[in-house]
Ligand binder design. Sequence first.
Ligand code: 13P
Ligand code: SF4
Length: 352
Amino acid sequence: QDEQAQARIREARAKLGDKAVLLCHHYQRADVYQHADLTGDSLKLAKLASETDAEYIVFCGVHFMAEVADILSSDKQIAILPDLAAGCSMADMANLAKVERCWRELSEVLGTPDEHITPVTYINSAADLKAFCGEHGGIVCTSTNAPTILDWAFGQREKVLFFPDQHLGRWTGFKKGIPLEDMHVWDPDLEYGGLTPEQIKSAKILLWKGHCSVHQMFQESHIRRWRMQHPEGRVISHPESNLEVCRNSDYVGSTEFIINTIKAGPDNTRWLVGTELNLVNRLAEEEKPRGVIVEFMAPTVCMCSTMQRIDPQHLAWTLENLLEGTVVNRIEVPPHEAEMAKVALDRMLAVS
Ligand code: 13P
Ligand code: SF4
């Protein structure tokens, strides 16, 4: 059945020619990834989506990525997500109602939050949250450009509200030398985030209580045990991992950074990698011929189960529909939301 789907994808792609471009995130499963025209991390894919001329942008990634493609491409282009259930559990940990409530509560403590706090949303968030940042002088960041974006944010106002990933926010702040006691977790399910007025007033960064279900599996103890067996080995992690994992890694960066660092590294090296399993398996396969061993950090299997939903069957079905002139699973951000989200995304693209 899988072979059949592969053949259907190849045939439909050949017939569609330049009308459709397949953008693929690095976490995508191998049987889909092999069909990609262009691959990248979130930042690279956002830039590619803004540059392509293809009529159809078929996004093999998750929902927020296809939204970004829709926002950054022209009105005539159509963004498609082959399975609409491919969401991001971290992105779902923040929503507009909760962020607006947070903003209201902050205004009770600080006066006008727009004068004191820059809202920064990780690109792993819904379009209406990017629009919120656009409206309130804020910005979007990715795991690649978070340090540059944080500098920009502090250039605007003295505090930052960072959502939805507490770990990326904490690691980025920590690397900038912001003391951990000046970064407080904002729990959106508690009044005033569970913080006292004093904590809110003294905080440099308020970190939304969100995380990635995949990267939360990695623990500092995995690194410690591995280093005892392989003292000469190198450890590299994605900044969605917790602070202790990042602190104990030799390198920390986005998926694109992880790929480039391992590929540029010396032959016959052993790596422990703290990021999603499909990417780690692909790197292990590609690097094997030059004696590079790439190992996965957690003892349990952890894939991005939502991205995994984009399978060959859904991709084949999507492309065949396009051939017949039917658009299925279009991702279309409402115009006002798209306009304000683009303000925040354009700020990011201008800065990074
Ligand atoms: P990248 O920006 O590294 O692609 O990360 C996106 C993501 O969702 C990682 O979990
Ligand atoms: Fe979201 Fe985590 Fe999947 Fe990345 S790996 S898309 S943050 S659930």
